[in-house]
Design a protein around this ligand. Structure first.
Ligand code: PGA
Ligand code: ZN
Length: 416
């Protein structure tokens, strides 16, 4: 018989950008049994559930989380005490009801998510199961193909590059380990190529290099040089982009490469790139409310590229259902903190799957050493994960957890 929650304890910790976030401990029958930490975005979608910040400018530039921590210690903990720790749905529904708002504005989605994930870890522990198995059940796990974000731009870098993420996807390999190795070697090759051209500076928030470039397309050329220079073919190593275009959509125009583009013009640029480069996936190619841009692009190019909604769907069933209805994309990015509980995350993923959409498990640009998403990707058989470059411990922690899991799970299937 599983144990019962005897209390939660939350504290403030720092994330990878040096900003406060929340860590939660879940106690079962008086013993510390599960722990989880909450990530945080920079290019946050406006439809995401609320990340509760103190707003006191004299501390941590207003980004403190004292209120959210108190909400866990003083309110959420009491509501969950006595519940069976492996009744995740009941736990999450209790918190959703306690909050009572659409966007979790009362307690904060960061507070609720921290509690939800700490309980999830504790549930796995009381059943003596690895987290991926606890989440995945009898279906068994599958190793995800990683999207390694090796060149950072947009809101994650101080460069002039508009596209936020240039990623490589080692999808044509026999195992996760082989795929990861190829991705890592490509990262090192990119470093060489940039150094050779005098463009090697710092790295961005997700560990990718962050050079100034003459154009966004130049980023694609560098990725090609890196893939080929590392000795890989474009059959086995593809490219994925997260344009995060909401960040440069102003007054009905997309401002890229110093020019203002209409939705149609931007779609033409993407189509040209698809003709030229081995691009497998484009995320947030259009603004979070430009449904027309999304559907037109999906209609024209959805047969040849994965079109991923991040800010568009914000891991929420309602937005996803709307997109499915009108054919806005063919894949969903999965970020647990966009919705705030594990139960709602799993339900949104199921809705995606039921409608032929791919799921891409994702970190945030602000991360911690928490590796929950690695297990979630395997357990839910998401098939894909994006968790940054193979640099910075907050990113590498996820890859390292995947390497541990790969000792037990060998399935590695290309989603393409
Ligand atoms: P964010 O970036 O965590 O800053 O939102 C990640 C993404 O856009 O996918
Ligand atoms: Zn994104």
């Amino acid at each position: 018989m599983a144990g019962h929650i005897s209390g939660l304890h939350a504290r403030m910790i720092l994330d990878s950008r040096g900003q406060p976030t929340i860590e939660v401990d879940c106690f079962v029958d008086g013993v510390l049994t599960g722990r989880a930490a909450v990530p945080s975005g920079a290019s946050t979608g406006q439809h995401e559930a609320l990340e509760l910040r103190d707003g006191d400018g004299s501390k941590y530039l207003g980004k403190g989380v004292n209120q959210a921590v108190s909400n866990i210690n003083d309110i959420i903990s009491e509501a969950l005490v006595g519940l069976p720790v492996d009744e995740q749905k009941l736990i999450d529904e209790t918190m959703i009801e306690l909050d009572g708002t659409n966007k979790k504005t009362k307690l904060g989605a960061n507070a609720i998510l921290g509690a939800s994930l700490a309980c999830l870890h504790a549930g796995a522990a009381v059943h003596s199961l690895p987290l991926w198995k606890y989440v995945g059940g009898v279906a068994g796990g599958s190793m995800p193909v990683p999207m390694l974000n090796i060149l950072n731009g947009g809101a994650h870098a101080a460069s002039n590059v508009d596209v936020q993420e240039f990623m490589v996807m080692p999808h044509g390999f026999d195992s996760f380990e082989e795929g990861l190795r190829a991705g890592v070697e490509t990262y090192h090759q990119l470093k060489k190529e940039l150094k050779q051209d005098g463009l090697l500076g710092g790295i961005g928030d997700e560990g990718g290099f962050a050079p100034n470039l003459p154009s966004n397309e130049e980023g694609l050329r560098y990725l090609m040089r890196a893939i080929e220079g590392a000795g890989y073919s474009t059959e086995e190593m593809g490219i994925a982009l997260d344009v995060a275009s909401t960040e440069f959509y102003k007054d009905g125009k997309y401002h890229m490469d110093g020019k203002a583009h209409s939705s149609e013009e931007l779609a033409d640029i993407y189509s040209g790139w698809l003709d030229e480069y081995p691009i497998l996936s484009i995320e947030d190619g259009f603004d979070e409310d430009d449904w027309h841009g999304w559907t037109t692009f999906t209609k024209n190019d959805g047969h040849r590229v994965q079109i991923v909604g991040d800010d568009l769907f914000v891991t929420q069933q309602e937005r996803l259902a709307q997109g499915i209805e009108i054919g806005a994309a063919n894949a969903m990015l999965v970020k647990v903190n966009q919705v705030g509980t594990i139960t709602e995350t799993l339900e949104a993923m199921q809705l995606a799957r039921d409608n032929g959409y791919n799921n891409v498990m994702s970190h945030r640009s602000g991360e911690t050493e928490d590796t929950t998403i690695a297990d979630l990707a395997v357990g839910t058989r998401a098939g894909q994960i994006k968790t940054g470059a193979p640099a910075r411990s907050d990113r590498v922690a996820k890859y390292n957890q995947l390497l541990r899991i790969a000792e037990d799970v060998t399935e590695y299937v290309s989603p393409f």
